[in-house]
Design a protein. Structure first.
Length: 262
């Protein structure tokens, strides 16, 4: 069963000016002929450019929780601009892989260090994200299992790598088929396309062409395929990973499915 994609982006992407990759994880069908409920869990790029109108949209949708997966340095350089609210919480859950901080990428290129711009580097990075940050993925998923935290959104900077992994794990444990998980992952390339033009130009000015920059600036399916292969080889099922590596209880997974599936 495959997803009808003709509802994208109007039904999935929120019409925000300051966040181009803010979209609903609802609608996706599962292998059990159920469907992820809409309007409860969202994924996004960074929220440091939200306009007053954007903030009003988030308020109108009554968001309860924002999970920021960026590194501490990323958060400090570009803090989220959330509406002032008594009911909306911001939770910092930094994903900081040793040896790589996206906030230093341009500085590294200016110093002539472009060795990290390769598919192999990012395949290994995705594996490290999976191996080293299970408790963070588990935290977001456990928060999504409670109606007190919904609607919630989790985000990083571009909304494609760390956010893409979190979304993939969440959809996987809900029973969404991998073809639709890959479809969701790929939508970052569409949502970010216009904004990436200026970043590609900045990279080009530093001598880095679009093909070399692609593993970092795009969301290549190869990365997610490699991550799922790594998960299956080293942990078994998604339930095995979440209970043994991410610290989730089976009761939490049951609650997640009861709350987010229809």
């Amino acid at each position: 069963m495959t997803e009808n994609t003709d509802t994208f982006p109007g039904d999935r992407r929120l019409p925000l000016t300051g966040a181009t990759n803010f979209r609903d994880l609802g609608w996706y069908p599962t292998a059990e002929f159920r469907r992820v409920k809409k309007g409860l869990v969202y994924r996004s790029d960074h929220l440091s450019r939200l306009t007053a109108e954007d903030q009003q949209i988030l308020e109108s949708l009554r968001f309860k929780l924002v999970c920021d997966l960026r590194t501490v340095r990323e958060q400090q350089k570009a803090p989220d601009l959330l509406p002032v609210s008594d009911t909306m919480r911001l939770l910092s859950l930094p994903i900081e892989a040793q040896g790589f901080d996206p906030s230093t990428a341009i500085d590294r290129l200016r110093k002539g260090d472009d060795r990290w711009l390769s598919m192999d580097f990012f395949i290994e990075l995705y594996r490290r994200y999976l191996d080293d940050f299970g408790p963070v993925w588990g935290k977001v998923i456990s928060l999504a299992a409670s109606s007190a935290n919904l609607p919630l959104v989790f985000h990083c900077t571009g909304g494609k790598d760390r956010t893409g992994i979190c979304a993939a794990l969440l959809l996987k444990v809900l029973g969404v088929q991998e073809a639709n998980i890959f479809f969701d992952y790929d939508q970052s390339n569409i949502c970010n396309a216009e904004r990436l033009q200026s970043i590609y130009a900045e990279f080009a000015a530093l001598g880095v062409g679009p093909e070399k920059a692609a593993p970092y600036l795009q969301a290549p399916t190869e990365l997610l395929v490699a991550m799922f292969d790594h998960l299956k080889k080293n942990y078994g099922t998604i339930e095995d990973y979440l209970t043994k590596k991410a610290g989730l209880q089976e009761t939490t997974i049951i609650a997640l499915r009861e709350g987010l599936l229809q």
